[in-house]
Design a protein around this ligand. Structure first.
Ligand code: FES
Ligand SMILES: [Fe+2]
Length: 452
C-alpha cells in the first residue's frame, strides 16, 4: 500500500530502553526520615534549619529530615526552642501554641513545655496528677549564629561541638543568610557542588554567561584531602594568569566555593569563598539550600553582586530557585532547573557516569562508607572534635602570574601548580586568622616568583 507518510530512518531504541522507567532510586543514600541509615547519619551533624528573621512572636512550623517540628523564641531571654510539632497530650499542633517565658504552651489544654521538651505544667489536671513526670515532648538543641538557627537532631549523648570555620567571622566580611527550597532529594542538590564541570556548560556555554566568560574554559580538576575535609582545585590558564579556584567539602553536605564573579586578569593571593553552603533535607523529596553569602572588598571587581537580593527564598546569583517563568527556565536554565529536573529522587541506575563525574562518584562513595560505618556501630568523625578551635578552610580564588613555560607541557605545569598550592594551604593549618592569611600569601608569592 502506498502511503504519503515518510517514516523517519534511524536507530530508534526507545522501546528497547523502556526498562529505564522501572529503575528505582538508591534508598541508602536518599532516604532521610527517622530510622533510615542515611537519616541517622545526617542527624549526627549540626545543620541550619531556618533563617532567624523568619521566627517572629508566633511558633514557626518547619520540617527537617522528615520530622515535623516547631521553632520558637521563648519570651524571657529570647532563646530558641525546637520541638516536635504535636503536643504529647492529645496531639494538637504546637504551631497554634502560645510562646511564653522559658517555653511553649499548647492551646488545647494548656500543657507547657520547656526548651528541652520537659512538661512543666498541666493546668487542667488535678494537683496530684503525675502525668507530667511520665512523658516529655521531643526537642532538639538550637544554636543561633549570624541570622541562622542551627539544630542537632541526633542522640543527645553524641552531640558534637559546633564546627566553626575560619570563614564564619572574618574582618571586613559582610555575611548575609539565605534559604531557598527545592522540590527534590537532597543528594542531587549537594552533588551539584561536586560537579565543577557543569559551570563550563550550564553556566557559560549552554545559553550565555550567567557568571563570567572565563568559566567557558575547561578546568583541570584535582581533588585533595585536608585535615578536616576535602577540597578541590579548579585550575584554568587565562593568558599569563594561572587561576586556581578552590572549593571546600565537609561531610555530609557543607561546601564553600570561590567568589561568584571573579576576574582572572590580575594577581590575587588567597581570595576567599563567595558562599558557605549547607544542603539540608526537608524530607526525601524536598530540600533547602541554606547559605551565607560573603561580601568583601575585592571579591567582585565588576560590581555584579547585589546584597539586597540575598534573603529568604532568594539570592543574588542566577538560577538558584523557582523565581523565573517556566519559559525563562527553559530558555536559560540554572542550577535549580538542573537538580530539580533530575526528578523527585535522581535515579542513579539510569545515569552513565563518566570522566567529569569523578567528584560525584567520590562523594557517593564517601557517603555510603560513612553511612555503613555508623550503621556498624562506629562513631562519626567530626572535624570540630579533632580541632582545638576554628577550622581552617581553603575555598576561594587565587591567581598567580605564571606564564607558559617554554619547552614544558602546560597541562603538566598546571597540575604541578595545583598540587603545590594545595600543599601551601595545608601547611598553614596550625596557624589562624591574619597570621595564617599572611603565611599563605607570602608562600604563594615566593612560589610564583620561582616561575619568573
Ligand atoms: S492537646 Fe495539647 S494540652 Fe491537650
Ligand atoms: Fe552551578
Amino acid at each position: 500500500m502506498n502511503t504519503p507518510f515518510h517514516i523517519p530512518e534511524g536507530n530508534f531504541r526507545g522501546h528497547d530502553r523502556q526498562n529505564v522507567w522501572k529503575l528505582a532510586p538508591d534508598p541508602e543514600l536518599t532516604e532521610v526520615g527517622p530510622g533510615t541509615a542515611c537519616g541517622e547519619y545526617m542527624r549526627r551533624f549540626w545543620m541550619p534549619v531556618a533563617m532567624t528573621d523568619q521566627i517572629g512572636d508566633l511558633p514557626y512550623r518547619i520540617r527537617i529530615l522528615g520530622e515535623d517540628l516547631v521553632l520558637f523564641r521563648e519570651k524571657k531571654e529570647g532563646r530558641l526552642g525546637l520541638t516536635h510539632l504535636h503536643c504529647v497530650h492529645r496531639n494538637m499542633s504546637l504551631e497554634f501554641g502560645i510562646v511564653e517565658e522559658g517555653g511553649i504552651r499548647c492551646s488545647y489544654h494548656g500543657w507547657k513545655y520547656g526548651l528541652d521538651g520537659t512538661v512543666l505544667e498541666t493546668p487542667c489536671e488535678p494537683p496530684a496528677s503525675q502525668v507530667k513526670k511520665k512523658t516529655c515532648l521531643g526537642a532538639y538543641p538550637v544554636i543561633e549564629y549570624k541570622g541562622l538557627a542551627f539544630a542537632y537532631l541526633g542522640p543527645a549523648d553524641t552531640t558534637p561541638p559546633f564546627p566553626v570555620m575560619d570563614t564564619f567571622d572574618e574582618e571586613g566580611d559582610d555575611m548575609l543568610p539565605s534559604l531557598i527550597k527545592s522540590p527534590c532529594n537532597w543528594l542531587q542538590v549537594m552533588e551539584n557542588a561536586w560537579d565543577p564541570f557543569h559551570v563550563v556548560y550550564l553556566h557559560t556555554l549552554a545559553v550565555r554567561s550567567q557568571f563570567i566568560d572565563a568559566f567557558a574554559e575547561m578546568p583541570m580538576i584535582e581533588f585533595h584531602e585536608g585535615r578536616y575535609g576535602d577540597f578541590y582545585t579548579n585550575v584554568r590558564r587565562v593568558g599569563d594568569i594561572v587561576w586556581l579556584r578552590v572549593h571546600d567539602h565537609m561531610m555530609p553536605s557543607f561546601t564553600q566555593n570561590g567568589a561568584h564573579f571573579p576576574v582572572p586578569d590580575r594577581q590575587r593571593y588567597f581570595g576567599r569563598c563567595g558562599l558557605s553552603r549547607w544542603v539540608v533535607p526537608i524530607d526525601d523529596t524536598n530540600t533547602m539550600v541554606v547559605t551565607w553569602r560573603h561580601f568583601r572588598d575585592g571579591d567582585d571587581p565588576r560590581g555584579m553582586t547585589d546584597k539586597s537580593k540575598v534573603g529568604y527564598g532568594t539570592t543574588d546569583f542566577y538560577g538558584q530557585g523557582p523565581d523565573r517563568s517556566y519559559e525563562q527556565r527553559q530558555r536559560d536554565p540554572g542550577d535549580y532547573d538542573a537538580w530539580v529536573s533530575q526528578g523527585p529522587k535522581n535515579i542513579h541506575a539510569r545515569e552513565n557516569l563518566s570522566f567529569t563525574d569523578r567528584g560525584v562518584a567520590k562523594v557517593r562513595r564517601m557517603l555510603r562508607n560513612n553511612i555503613r560505618s555508623l550503621a556498624a556501630g562506629n562513631p562519626v568523625e567530626h572535624p570540630a572534635a579533632a580541632s582545638s578551635g576554628i577550622l581552617p578552610t581553603y575555598a576561594g580564588d587565587t591567581m598567580l602570574r605564571i606564564p607558559i613555560q617554554p619547552g614544558r607541557d602546560d597541562a603538566a605545569v598546571l597540575k604541578e601548580i595545583s598540587f603545590k598550592v594545595a600543599d601551601i594551604f595545608r601547611a598553614s593549618d596550625d596557624r589562624s586568622g591574619a597570621a595564617r592569611k599572611s603565611f599563605i600569601q607570602d608562600e604563594l608569592k615566593k612560589y610564583e616568583a620561582g616561575w619568573a
